[in-house]
Design a protein around this ligand. Structure first.
Ligand code: M6R
Length: 488
């Protein structure tokens, strides 16, 4: 371990040492699950030397995992192994040692077992065919749990940030850092942050930030967005921001994850366990968690009070609106059927829904294995317009917000080039956006402009899901991809 660099969690087993196992970790997650101890014996018990627990009681089953979700069907009792600790299991007995730099001898570790707050149903498909489908349908509930206890008396209370709000308000810049879907969620929240905080917000893909070694200062607040809390690129960017003295805030879905542990403060999005590789419910919960964060940061500004109030009202009603939009499932299945042979799909968005375009296209490419690009409609004339013809399907997001008339004009221009258009608009707007009667329109419920990305992504998640099933691909574990990308 002294010679290794970077983050790792390793388990060693050797034919030369039967009935023995060694595990160790640094900067990653390693969970030791302990089964068959009655709750009253386990809770709060010091895990000083598991021989204590195994000598005079029945032998226990022990599990190693890099994710809490993986042990819940076996046991709820676990120990989170910490940096530079080594676990030694021999003949069913466990001992844990910590190797600290500069110290010759390792110290024996004493820590109480924790009890997992998760139900086994969360990792079962129930009546659904796939986890992705289940997780799409769970969104009214996951959004409710993201907001539970946090919207109070028309304001937002975020316990994990309370002590740091003042520092964030005084930052020179807020930097959002993430990868994939988490980056897209941050992008969806960006303009609300700028509007309510008055602080410039910049976006960083974690890998690119490291490649450039982009400047980060003590006066910055760096917000790390990650469903798993274990993504290697995001973690390395976190180490970098910590070394540069920035205030580091985590937005994760995994209590006890490395990002949750290493950041100075943060918010758990509480979306529940997400198993499908394609992130769905975590995405919408991340947006809502970040919208709440923007509201909390901006809470000291009288000038935005009315705006904040209307957002809080719409947040409370958001789960109902999500239930409504889920009714488009059949329609999206039909649309998927009409796109089954398509080679490519473009998604144009703008303003709040530029992120929706990126995320919708990411869903289609990662599970339906169909080439798809999300594009900023403002960039259309600077290149992408050359692709337009009657064969290439193009989804244009044109729900009501400040960019609506610009999107109407983009639709006209695409139609003039004979584009095969599919338009997403707010309920009742079909006739205002449709260039010809035959044009496919997806009408979605209307919410506050900054929350509209939460609604708009759902038909695209359903489209990606159905396209994948119809094309016969693996929805939950698309080829070549992993749920947590723990390597660079
Ligand atoms: O766990 P994270 O949110 O940090 O993961 C980042 C990306 O790997 C992840 O969002 C990926 O893009 C999704 N699986 C896409 O659906």
């Amino acid at each position: 371990m002294r010679q290794l660099e970077g983050a790792f969690a390793l388990i060693f087993k050797s034919a030369h040492y039967p009935n023995e196992l060694i595990a160790c970790m640094r900067g990653s997650t390693l969970i030791l699950g302990v089964k068959e101890l009655a709750d009253d014996k386990v809770r709060g018990k010091l895990f000083h030397d598991v021989k204590d627990l195994t000598k005079d009681e029945k032998p226990k089953e022990l599990f190693f995992s890099s994710d809490l979700c993986a042990i819940v069907e076996h046991t709820k009792n676990y120990l989170a192994i910490e940096d530079n600790e080594v676990v030694h299991i021999k003949d069913g007995c466990v001992s844990i040692l910590k190797f600290d730099y500069g110290r010759e001898k390792p110290a024996s570790v004493q820590r109480a077992l924790s009890v997992l707050e998760m139900e086994v149903e969360q990792i079962k498909k129930g009546n659904y065919d796939h986890f992705m489908q289940k997780e799409i349908y769970e969104q009214p509930h996951s959004l409710t749990t993201t907001m539970r206890g946090r919207l109070k008396d028309n304001s937002v209370v975020l316990g994990g940030l309370k002590e740091h709000l003042k520092t964030i308000r005084h930052s020179r810049r807020i930097i959002f850092i993430g990868c994939g879907t988490s980056y897209n969620a941050a992008l969806a929240a960006r303009s609300l942050f700028e509007e309510l905080s008055g602080i410039p917000v910049t976006m960083e893909l974690a890998s690119d930030l490291q490649d450039r070694q982009g400047p980060i200062y003590r006066e910055d607040t760096a917000v790390f967005v990650s469903q798993s809390g274990e993504t290697a690129d995001t973690l390395l960017a976190l180490e970098y921001a910590l070394a540069n003295g920035a205030l580091c805030v985590g937005v994760t879905n995994t209590v006890g994850s490395t990002i949750a542990r290493k950041t100075h403060c943060g918010i758990h999005i509480n979306a529940g366990c997400e198993i499908g590789v394609a992130s769905t419910k975590a995405y919408t919960s991340q947006i809502v968690a970040m919208a709440m964060m923007a509201l909390a940061i901006g809470a000291d500004r009288i000038s935005t009070q009315a705006r904040r109030q209307s957002i809080v009202d719409d947040l409370s009603n958001l789960p109902n609106k999500v239930s409504e939009v889920l009714k488009l499932d059949g329609e999206m299945r039909d649309l998927a059927e009409s796109l089954i042979d398509t080679q490519s799909l473009l998604v144009f968005g703008r303003g709040y829904n530029y992120a929706t375009a990126l995320e919708g296209a990411l869903k289609v490419k990662e599970v339906a294995l169909t080439h798809s690009e999300g594009m900023l409609a403002g960039e259309m004339k600077h290149g992408p317009l050359a692709l337009v013809d009657e064969t290439l399907p193009i989804i244009v997001i044109a729900t009501r917000d400040a960019c609506f008339s610009k999107q109407q004009s983009a639709i006209q221009q695409l139609h003039a080039r004979k584009g095969r258009l599919i338009i997403m608009c707010s309920e009742g707007d079909a006739s205002s956006v449709r260039p010809v009667e035959s044009c496919k329109v997806i009408e979605v419920p209307r919410v506050a402009d900054c929350l509209q990305p939460v609604i708009n992504i759902i038909p695209l998640q359903l489209l990606a899901y159905h396209l994948t099933v119809l094309r016969g691909f693996d929805v939950d574990q698309p080829r070549n991809l992993a749920k947590s990308v723990t390597t660079q």
